[in-house]
Structures are given as structure tokens and as C-alpha cells.
Design a protein around this ligand. Structure first.
Ligand SMILES: O=C(O)COP(=O)(O)O
Ligand SMILES: [Mg+2]
Length: 225
């Protein structure tokens, strides 16, 4: 029998990058332009996870704008125009680049499954140099379904030619996605999660990326055994 390929799929926001500062800024540029009160950084951070459309719904709710679909579409378009371009205030979490390099050297196949729209996803992957490691990507625009629907995660996994994969993410949405996909889940605890670790579906927990290569090696050794 062939050795099973070591396949890892990553989430993006709150896992590989801390994009909350740029998402917060873009939301407040919209609100400022509309003459509305701005939202706090903590609010913006708590609105991340289900993509830009849901983030804008939550912003509208927070400032008492209701949920009119035409208004939502208009504000979402404005938000996206502020969020385009190079991510000026987004940071890579400590140890991510090193971990990706080590995982590649271990022979892992890697991909990305994010609820971020396709264009900013592609820009961020290029900007931070992740594109050379992450062979296949599912963004919010890849399929009609988005996380926590397991379809995009299973899509990336199959695109990588794998029958199983370890999903690495930070949030409630990621945990639910992995669980519904029937895949093991490594929870990065330093992202945007609001729920205690013990209450979330997970197979592994880590708080620094320098722990990930050993965790992955252990996982695939156990799977093989
Ligand atoms: O931008 C979002 O809301 C979520 O993005 P993520 O799926 O990469 O965490
Ligand atoms: Mg995330």
C-alpha cells in the first residue's frame, strides 16, 4: 500500500495572518464616510470568521443600520474597495513561515480554505510569500458553499489529491467545518476564537507555530500506525 500523503489545509484569517487591523480600518473607513459611529477593534475582531458579507451585516447591526439587502450590498462594495490592495497593517503570526518551510521539507502537501473573498486572499498569499507553499486554495468565491459547510475544505483536499487531511484553524467556524467534513482539526489558540477550547471540536491544540511540525509528524505517524 502507498504511504498516505501528509496533507494539511490551513485557514487564513486568525490562523496564518492577523488581518483584524486592516479589516477594522476598512470597516471604519466605510462608517466614517457614511457619517456613522466607528466600531472598536474588539468589535471588528469579533465579527471575523464568516467572510466579508457577514462582517458587514454585523457592522450594520452594531451601528443600528438594520439589514436592508440593497444597503448591505452598497456598504459591502465600499468595504471591499477599502480592503483591496496590499495589506498594510496585517501581520503574519510568529513562526508561520518557518513552520511552512519545515512542513514542506517533511513532504507535506498544503492548501488553504478561507472565507475571505478570492481577490484579497490571492493578494495576501502573494504579499506574505505563502503562495509557494499552498498549492491549492478555496476562498469565499470558489464554491457556492462557505465554511462551516464542509464543501470548500473537502474541495481543497481533493484538489491536493488527498483522501484525508489535517485542517488547521483558529475559530468556531473552522472547528465546525472540520467536524462536519469528518477531518482531524488542529486548533491555533491565538486567533479569533471566542469559545473555550474545551467546548470546541479539536484533535490538537497549539499556541505557537513552532509546535506545528512535531504535531503534524506525530499525527501522520499515528494515522499510519
Ligand atoms: O475573513 C473572514 O471572515 C474569515 O476568514 P478565514 O476563513 O480565513 O478565517
Ligand atoms: Mg480564521
Amino acid at each position: 500500500m502507498n504511504t498516505p500523503m501528509k496533507t494539511i489545509v490551513f485557514d487564513l484569517d486568525g490562523t496564518l495572518i492577523d488581518s483584524a487591523p486592516d479589516l477594522h480600518l476598512a470597516a471604519n473607513l466605510v462608517l466614517r464616510d457614511e457619517g456613522l459611529p466607528e466600531i472598536s477593534f474588539a468589535q471588528a475582531r469579533s465579527f471575523i470568521g464568516k467572510g466579508a458579507g457577514v462582517l458587514i451585516s454585523r457592522v450594520m447591526q452594531a451601528v443600528g443600520l438594520g439589514d436592508d439587502p440593497a444597503e448591505h450590498a452598497r456598504l459591502l462594495a465600499k468595504f471591499m474597495s477599502h480592503y483591496e490592495g496590499e495589506p498594510a497593517h496585517t501581520l503574519v503570526y510568529p513562526g508561520v513561515m518557518d513552520a511552512l518551510g519545515r512542513l514542506e521539507a517533511m513532504g507535506c502537501a498544503m492548501g488553504l480554505c478561507t472565507n475571505k473573498p478570492g481577490e484579497p486572499t490571492a493578494i495576501a498569499l502573494r504579499h506574505f510569500g505563502f503562495d509557494r507553499f499552498l498549492g491549492k486554495v478555496a476562498s469565499a468565491d470558489t464554491l457556492p458553499q462557505r465554511k462551516p459547510d464542509p464543501a470548500p475544505l473537502l474541495h481543497v483536499m481533493r484538489d491536493l489529491g488527498a483522501e484525508t487531511a489535517l485542517y488547521v484553524g483558529d475559530s468556531e467556524v473552522d472547528a465546525e467545518t472540520a467536524e462536519r467534513a469528518g477531518l482531524p482539526f488542529a486548533l491555533y489558540t491565538e486567533g479569533y476564537r471566542k469559545t473555550p477550547v474545551a467546548e470546541l471540536y479539536h484533535s490538537y491544540v497549539f499556541d505557537h507555530f513552532d509546535q506545528l511540525p512535531d504535531l503534524v509528524a506525530q499525527h501522520f505517524a499515528d494515522v499510519k500506525a
